[in-house]
Design a protein. Sequence first.
Length: 454
Amino acid sequence: MKREALLAGGGRGAGLRRSAGTRIAVTAAALFLAATLVVGGGLVAATRAGMSQALDRRIVAAGDAMVAAARRGGRAAVVAAMRRQQDNGAGAIGLALYDRDGRSIAGRGDWPMPAPGWADAVLPDAVEGGDPARLLTIALPGGDRLMVAGNRRPLLMAQQAIGWLFLASLVSIAILCAAMGWLLARYIDRRLSPIVGTATAVIGGDLARRVPVGRHGDEFDTAALALNVMLDRIAGLMANLRQVTGDVAHDLRTPLTRIRLRLERAAGGPGADAAIRAAIVQLDELVAMFNAILRIAEIEGAPAARVEPVELEALVLDVTGSMRPVFEDAGIALRVRSDHDCVVMGDRGQIAAAVVNLLENVLRHAAGGSDAQVDLRTDGGAVVLTVRDTGPGVDDRDLARIFDRFVRLDGARTEAGHGLGLSLVKAVVQAHGGTVAAARRSPGLEVTIVLPAA
């Protein structure tokens, strides 16, 4: 019941939250967003670090210039250099010069002197109230100290803008991933719905239902083709089962009724022993028929138990040699013509049984004075076995039916047999990946088996 409920709820109307496509889309979107966050976050951090390092390099360059001026001309040269820099427009770089006691000598006198080295601070600003700054304090020759300040406000504003841009990009990508995930889920649901609908219909008994195959040739179309082939096979097996069931019931009714009537008439009479012996013979025939049905089912239902290289020339010569006396007694001339190196991979016993059934079919239908010929040859990557006789043959309209189970044409209904011999031949050939076909000859019948060469 649980499986039927899943099938009933797995079509186009199923909730997207239960859809495999939704889970795939959500997982892919989450992975993409995580990758974007890691890569984008790394890029933002690298950009911010690069901008901070660029400001530090500008601060270091300005400090080096002042140190060089101090070495050339002492404090006066430093002051002159600071004024030239101020006149030229220092941009984001500010300078302040202090004596060894911390008193301001030049530059921004309202800036307190920090300790030597790097520091981050907020410097007083009459306009904006305070400027975040990056500070470098250097000890100059002669004992003075130089403070180089880089204004971090433009840097922080640029970093903030980059952060907001990254956040907006991340939100946009998340929305895009959600839309793509929804479209992917809908697409997968739309492509799988016909498969689920066909499976539900088949479960309901509609064995003629097939999965629509699209024009894309993608994995969904490949799966649809494979399912249709499987459904065709199942439909064929079901049709064969119905035919076998009907044929078995038909073929059993007459002999069982005959046995029952014979035993009833002979019960307690002088012919009881003869009736029992005749019933045993007929029961043996029924047992043989069931054994043939079971052998065909075994061949069709499982791969060959022993797969080995089979030399068909030796096999055909062995079979025809053992059956030649029977052909001679029937007045049928049996000839064999064979190429060498006719080797196939398969079960020797099954292939031998197929050849025996073909020859028994000739014995059953060809009259005395007829000819029978077995030809064995190679054709490219295949081995071709042909059994031909000059018997009465088969009408063209019946050629496709003679390999079906229990098929006995009108002229053969009075002869022994159950119509299973050629069915066994077909089962063996198909189990070995080959084909079998019959053709009308004037006179006679020709049956051709094609097997893949080893």
